[in-house]
Design a protein around this ligand. Structure first.
Ligand SMILES: [Zn+2]
Length: 219
């Protein structure tokens, strides 16, 4: 998933209105930021088989994405956020934002999500394989984005449009309409980080009217 991860930030913001949207969105992508960095320093690997679409990514992500490390990152960042914003609910929301990434990856990935990770041999690998059925995969992610948008602010049409535009761009990675350049492992990692930063910033900008209205009406 790509846009679906960021959608989890909006779903959480809908429940915990005092949690800041930007950090929530960054939290949902945190495991993939780590993945990008870890690939670049050679700790993790991605091999993209032909054709270069998401379902053909062979991922070795035990340091950024295992259940064990996901729980550790979520608890650590949630605890930190609770201290910074002096609020338990903000801390819990941030922790859940980070952990939502693991849940959504297990829901969509082929079985490449390790239980323990950290280079362990004979690890249990989790993943439903939904991504190998492109149409179902795309519809589930789109449906999840629309649900999160409705929970957050069903009246914000700028945000709806942004979700749809980003999903249309992501569709090429799911279905492979237009052939993509073959990127090196590091190139793919850098592109993942870049994609999340740009998409997160665009969604954050599109949500401004809702955020500003909430600021005006709060006491
Ligand atoms: Zn991921």
């Amino acid at each position: 998933m790509f846009v679906g991860h960021l959608a989890a930030g909006f779903a959480l913001k809908a429940r915990v209105r005092e949690a800041p949207l930007g950090p929530l969105l960054a939290g949902t992508a945190f495991l993939d930021f780590l993945f990008g960095v870890f690939v670049m320093i050679g700790l993790e690997r991605v091999v993209v088989h032909d054709p270069p679409v998401f379902r053909n990514w062979e991922l070795h992500i035990g340091y950024s994405h295992s259940l064990l490390v996901s729980v550790l990152y979520s608890v650590a960042l949630g605890w930190l956020a609770g201290r910074v914003w002096r609020s338990t609910s903000v801390g819990v929301a941030l922790g859940l934002a980070v952990f939502s990434h693991f849940v959504l990856d297990v829901v969509s990935h082929r079985a490449d999500m390790p239980l323990v990770g950290l280079g362990m041999n004979h690890d249990v690998l989790l993943g439903t394989g939904l991504a190998t059925h492109p149409l179902a995969f795309f519809l589930v992610e789109l449906g999840w984005c629309l649900l999160a948008w409705r929970w957050y602010d069903g009246g914000n049409h700028r945000l709806l449009l942004m979700f749809l535009v980003l999903m249309a761009i992501w569709a090429n990675n799911v279905f492979g309409f237009v052939p993509q350049p073959a990127l090196s492992s590091s190139g793919q990692a850098a592109f993942t980080i870049f994609g999340f930063v740009i998409a997160g910033a665009l969604l954050w900008w599109a949500a401004r009217p809702t955020e500003e209205r909430a600021l005006r009406t709060s006491p």
